[in-house]
Design a protein around this ligand. Structure first.
Ligand SMILES: [Zn+2]
Length: 360
């Protein structure tokens, strides 16, 4: 879809913050000590994990760092809240730590990402599941003090370590959700092109092409993505890294987040029991691709082949909640122009859309 076009006139400078080191593979955790030493990040580290991910991967990380004579402190998160971010930040400052490692599915990573950013420390991402592209990006979702969901800009990890053995042993539902988050790049890029054409918004053809390529690879290889298959985990991890790099190049989440993400964020607010982020954006992508006159059925088939939800029922949300989310999606992050426009969908249009795409 994205054609290579000249970038806008060279009148502005643009910073791209990219990871310096990415390790993906079997037993990748074993390399974390040497990799950290090579990056010369310092000799004092904070490992942020939850009680489960500490056991699954955190303890190995600590051991490998200690082997390199790095002094390690631990912070076990209760949840990804602002309070946890402040506590981790205070620990980094108090002990004058050089870098923080987030070890977990998403919450530990988000807390470590924000706390290290705010205290000026480096950040290393060590995902134990591949459920969304936040494991590679600079963004973090944190629950605010009043229980509100915040999407914060923190920092890009200086390194990413994805151990495919550990990731393939995490629940398959998480990996399937990660595929939904990658497929969402297809509608996100279409929204981006629309914003460039209608709003003259900054657009990077490199970032768009990279982001779409990751999604197309998942689309084409969907039948091969299977539970407990380490190759599947490896494949999804690579695609998540590509999506993360696309965001780094763009300097925003534009290449990987459009109308389908607005739908998911609206559903988070409306639904009594929201599903996983990647599951919701996957369903959102089916519907937004219909609006874009794109191959929504291809996306639906891919999600079905992977075993990811394609209906409200499979998401565990009510049909009404899906329609409400569609009607209100355009109100989320209004600066980001998408196919939903400034007015959004009428209730009747939302119902029609959800019916045609077999979501309800
Ligand atoms: Zn996402």
């Amino acid at each position: 879809m994205a054609t290579i076009e000249p970038e806008p006139a060279f009148t502005k400078s643009k910073a791209m913050e990219l990871p310096r080191s990415v390790v993906i593979g079997h037993d990748a955790l074993a390399q974390i000590g040497e990799m950290t030493a090579k990056l010369k990040l310092g000799r004092r580290a904070l490992v942020v994990a939850d009680p489960t991910t500490m056991k699954v991967a955190g303890e190995t990380v600590v051991q490998r760092l200690v082997d390199q004579r790095i002094k390690v402190e631990e912070y076990i998160i209760p949840d990804s809240t602002m309070a946890a971010v402040r506590a981790a930040e205070a620990q980094i400052r108090k002990s004058d730590l050089d870098f923080a490692l987030g070890v977990g599915g998403g919450k530990s990573i988000d807390v470590a990402k924000c706390a290290s950013h705010q205290s000026g420390a480096h950040f290393i991402s060590v995902p134990t599941a591949a459920s969304h592209d936040g494991v590679v990006s600079s963004r973090a979702s944190i629950t605010g003090d009043k229980g509100e969901k915040l999407s914060l800009v923190a920092q890009t990890p200086v390194a990413v370590v994805m151990d495919t053995k550990i990731i393939s042993e995490s629940p398959f539902r998480l990996l399937a959700a990660g595929c939904g988050d990658i497929l969402s790049n297809l509608s996100a890029v279409r929204d981006w092109i629309l914003a460039r054409n209608l709003r003259n918004e900054y657009y990077s053809s490199y970032a768009a092409a990279l982001s779409e390529m990751a999604a197309k690879l998942v689309l084409e290889n969907a039948p091969n993505i299977k539970p407990r298959l380490e190759e599947s985990a490896w494949f999804v991890c690579k695609a998540l890294v590509s999506a993360g790099v696309a965001m780094s190049i763009a300097g925003s989440s534009r290449p990987a987040s459009g109308s389908e993400h607005k739908f998911s964020h609206a559903l988070d607010r409306i639904a009594e029991k929201p599903a996983l982020h990647g599951e919701q954006v996957g369903v959102g992508t089916i519907m937004m691709m219909y609006l874009h006159n794109g191959d929504w059925e291809g996306i639906r088939n891919a999600l079905l082949a992977i075993g990811a939800p394609t209906t409200a029922r499979a998401l565990g949300v009510a049909d009404d909640e899906v329609m409400e989310a569609l009607v209100h999606a355009h109100e989320i992050n209004k600066d980001r122009y998408t196919i939903l426009g400034d007015e959004g969908l009428t209730h009747e249009a939302a119902e029609r859309l959800a019916h045609i795409t077999k979501v309800i």
